[in-house]
Each structure stands twice: as C-alpha cells, then as structure tokens.
Design a protein around this ligand. Structure first.
Ligand code: ATP
Ligand code: MG
Length: 389
C-alpha cells in the first residue's frame, strides 16, 4: 500500500495554453512548501497533480497541512494506490477508509477509468464496490446527493487508487504567476490580511516596514516579522525592508502643520516604498487601508496619498469592514499576533484634529517645507533587509 497526495488545480484549469507554465510554478511552490519534510516526486496528469514522497516515513498529514496553504490548489486529498485488480481495489477501499466509513452514515462511490483496457466500466465499478462496502459496513446507507463520504476509485494506466473526501485547498493562483508587489506592513490587523489577499491572486510579495525607534520598540518590529512569517506560510519567501523613519517623522512634526501630519507621513511612506518597489521589480504597492476606517483613510485622504507616487496602489481591504477583515486574519492565524499592544509609527505624533478632507494643493504646499530627497536617500541607505519564510 503506497499513499500519495492528489492535488486538484483551481483556476489554473482556466488558463488554456498557459496552463502548463502555471502548473510548473505550482509544483515549484509545492516543492518549496514541503522542503523541510523531504523530497517528493510530482506527476501531472490532466487536472490532477500526484505528489509522492521519495522516502518512506514522511509525515503525510503534515505535508497535506502545508499544501493546504499553497495557492492555486482547489482541493487535495490523500489516496492509497493499489494494483489494477478489482479484488485488490475492494480490499484497499475498505481497509484504507475504514475509520471514515465507520464514522459516516451515508456514502457513495464514484469511479473513473482512464485505462480503457480495465475489464469493468466505471458504473459497474461503482455498483460492485458500493455493494461490497454495504456488506462490510452494515450501518451505512447510500446517498447519491449528499453523502457523508464519497469513495473515489480511479483506474489509471499503471495502477489504481482509492480515496475518501477532499480537503478544500487555499484556492487562488500560484504565487509568482501574477508578478511582484510590495506590501506596506504595519503590526496591525489589516495589512497582513491585504498581503495574504494579493498573494492569493498569484502575486509574489516583498514587504516594507517603517520603524521609528525609540518611539517604536524592538518588540514592535519583532511582531511585524512574526506576522510576515505567518503570511509567508501561504505566500512563500518575503524579502522585507525595514526603513528607519524617526528622522522623517520628526521633520514632519517640526516643520509641517499639525492637521497634515499623518497624510504627509503616509505620502512619504509611499514615496520610499515606490523607490524600493522599483528596485525590487515590483509593479505595485499594497496597503491594508479601508475607506473610512481612520482619518487618513477618507477618500479625500487616500486620494492625496495616491498622488504621491506613480506606481499603482492596491488596497484589497478597501471595501471591507473590520469584522470581515478580522475573519480573514483569524483564518490565516495573524489575528492573535496583530492584537498584541505594540506601538506603530502611525500612532506617533498623531494630530489631535487631523484634516479628514485634505486638498492636494494644500498638502503638497505643507509638505514642501522640508527637502525630502535628502532625507529619503538617507533612510534608504540605512534600510535593513530581512528574508522571511
Ligand atoms: P493595519 O491594521 O494594517 O495596521 P490600520 O487600520 O491600523 O492598518 P493605519 O495604521 O493607518 O491603518 O495604516 C494604514 C496602512 O498603512 C496599513 O494597512 C499599512 O499598509 C500601512 N502602514 C501603516 N503603518 C505602517 C508601517 N509602520 N510600516 C509600513 N506600512 C505601514
Ligand atoms: Mg496600523
């Protein structure tokens, strides 16, 4: 009995001629997610990819858990291979799925025969195997519409396999098939969710974090790294740029009108991130902003922020309310880390009465009190790079 993992591609199947390329990227990503567990062989076959451990004793449960976070997979399951012999198929189905069949009340069998030389046709396999399972598990009933377990049998050229229910995959598109973008990551709830959402669309991430020591602590920075590690469980490696932001924030505080502190700070963040994005071959910036959440996220303020850069800015959380964002952050396990109470540079020098309807002309004028090019160049020079994941 040899166990394998079966992968069902998601949207990949829609990609026509590009499909093979997409599958290759997906396999590369799967290999990377599994690398700590050993080496694996991947075999493409129609819309399924078969994953086989090269060595014995590999923890397949752990492998399935890791693969369940790889984007581009619609569904996955463990399966047991056996000889292409109906007696063997019957025995394997009942032994391999014993526990699930014991726990289920209803079942059905689905059979697929890609080896047309196999003497039984698919409906016959389903019927015969169904009858055999009923005779072995007296409590079970057949339900073809909504069964607790679907026993799937496939007869392929070299062997047959049997499996139970699928597990839902992470969905989306394989990371790296939609280009690169830079996520502006804070320690909050929203930006890790935004990063996850864009990675799910196939975007490879790098990250930019602004730190303002001593106003923000080492622990705040560690929290951000922890969050990125959690996102990287889905997205794969994230090159992270930590930009020293203290001098810039102090310059804003000392030279700009208070009502524009936050908006100017956000514009400078964008300008620096754009520079890093260009160097890193990123085609967009990503933020966790959502309309109306705070003063700097009114549509007027967001408009002023956008105008600071040429590069497109993606805000996947823009129309979501906090509850919806929190639901995703719980799902990807970033929530508990995000709510740890460390300060962010955005909460340093916050104005008492921020202008929620800033006009671009006034903001640009207010911003011109400082020569930014010199300060930005210095911040970039002192930026530190950490590779996460
Ligand atoms: P989050 O929960 O993601 O922190 P937020 O609702 O607290 O978001 P802000 O603090 O105003 O909102 O930040 C808005 C967005 O700006 C964040 O989602 C993030 O993309 C970016 N951002 C905020 N602080 C930083 C930082 N220190 N470094 C990099 N990006 C940041
Ligand atoms: Mg924040």
């Amino acid at each position: 009995m040899k166990e394998i993992i079966l992968i069902k591609n998601g949207e990949l199947a829609l990609k026509g001629l590009n499909r093979s390329n997409f599958e290759d990227v997906l396999i590369k990503n799967m290999r990377r997610h599994l690398k700590e567990l050993g080496t694996f062989t991947f075999t493409k076959s129609q819309s399924t990819i078969m994953v086989e451990a090269d060595d014995e004793g590999v923890d397949l449960e752990d492998a399935v858990d890791r693969l369940s976070r790889v984007f581009g997979i619609a569904a996955l399951s463990r399966a047991c291979t056996c000889e292409k012999d109906f007696e063997c198929i019957k025995k394997t189905a009942c032994e391999y799925l014993e526990e699930e069949l014991e726990d289920a009340k209803t079942f059905k069998v689905e059979a697929k025969r890609s080896d047309k030389k196999f003497p039984m046709k698919s409906p016959e396999i389903s019927r015969e195997l169904g009858g055999y399972i009923l005779s072995r598990f007296n409590h079970l009933k057949v339900d073809v519409h909504n069964p607790d377990i679907i026993v799937t049998v496939e007869v392929r050229d070299n062997y047959a396999f049997v499996r139970g229910n699928n597990i839902k995959g992470a969905g989306g598109m394989p990371t790296g098939t939609s280009g690169r973008a830079a996520i502006l990551i804070s320690g909050g709830i929203d930006s890790p969710v935004a990063a996850y959402m864009m990675a799910k669309r196939g975007i490879e991430l790098c990250a930019v974090h602004f730190a303002s020591p001593p106003y923000t602590s080492e622990l705040a920075e560690m929290k951000v790294m922890e969050l990125l590690k959690k996102v990287a469980r889905y997205s794969g490696v994230i090159a992270t740029f930590v930009v020293p932001f203290t001098k810039i924030q102090e310059a804003i505080r000392d030279n700009c009108p208070e009502e524009y502190f936050t908006i100017i700070m956000r514009r400078v963040m964008m300008m620096i991130s754009e520079r890093i994005a260009n160097e890193q071959r990123c085609s967009a910036l990503i933020t966790g902003e959502s309309v109306g959440q705070v003063a700097s996220q009114t549509i007027y303020a967001l408009g002023c922020t956008d105008c600071a850069v040429q590069i497109p800015v993606f805000r996947p959380c823009i129309g979501m309310d906090k509850e919806e964002i929190i639901a995703i952050s719980r799902k990807i396990d970033t929530f508990e880390t995000s709510i740890q109470p460390y300060e962010d540079c955005c909460t340093v020098f916050t104005p008492k009465h921020p202008n929620t309807k800033p006009e671009l002309e006034n903001v640009v004028h207010a911003q011109q009190q400082v020569d930014w090019s010199e300060m930005i160049a210095q911040a970039l020079e002192q930026t530190k790079v950490v590779v996460i994941g």
